[in-house]
Design a protein around this ligand. Structure first.
Ligand SMILES: N[C@@H](CCC(=O)N[C@@H](CS)C(=O)NCC(=O)O)C(=O)O
Length: 97
């Protein structure tokens, strides 16, 4: 495997979510429509995991919190705003499946 492929493989899109969360569903729908793979981290029943999300998201406590590799997008509204501004597709390019 080339170095480029290797590094792309190590990068990932992560979405912190809970089981009942309309904004999470909406955010995942947009990611799915873009044909990218993402990792979902369910923090519903895990306070430690939720705290690590809050730390990583600079104090944001709501779900979803979305990360494109190490770029913190924010929540669902932020994801849709990026798309409206025409910036999302470029960020998602390395993750197309
Ligand atoms: N504007 C935020 C709204 C997110 C939001 O309100 N999420 C709800 C769940 S759908 C939430 O986190 N509520 C508080 C909680 O679950 O602790 C976004 O677009 O992500």
């Amino acid at each position: 495997m080339s170095t480029e492929n290797q590094s792309t493989k190590e990068k990932k899109i992560e979405i912190y979510s809970t089981k009942v969360c309309p904004y999470c569903v909406k955010a995942k729908k947009l990611l799915q429509s873009k044909n990218v793979a993402f990792v979902e981290i369910d923090v519903s029943d895990d306070d430690d995991l939720r705290m690590s999300m809050v730390e990583r998201a600079n104090g944001k406590r709501t779900v979803p919190q979305i990360f494109i590799h190490d770029y913190h997008v924010g929540g669902c509204d932020d994801l849709y705003a990026l798309d409206r501004d025409g910036k999302l597709d470029e960020l998602l390019k390395p993750f197309l499946v």
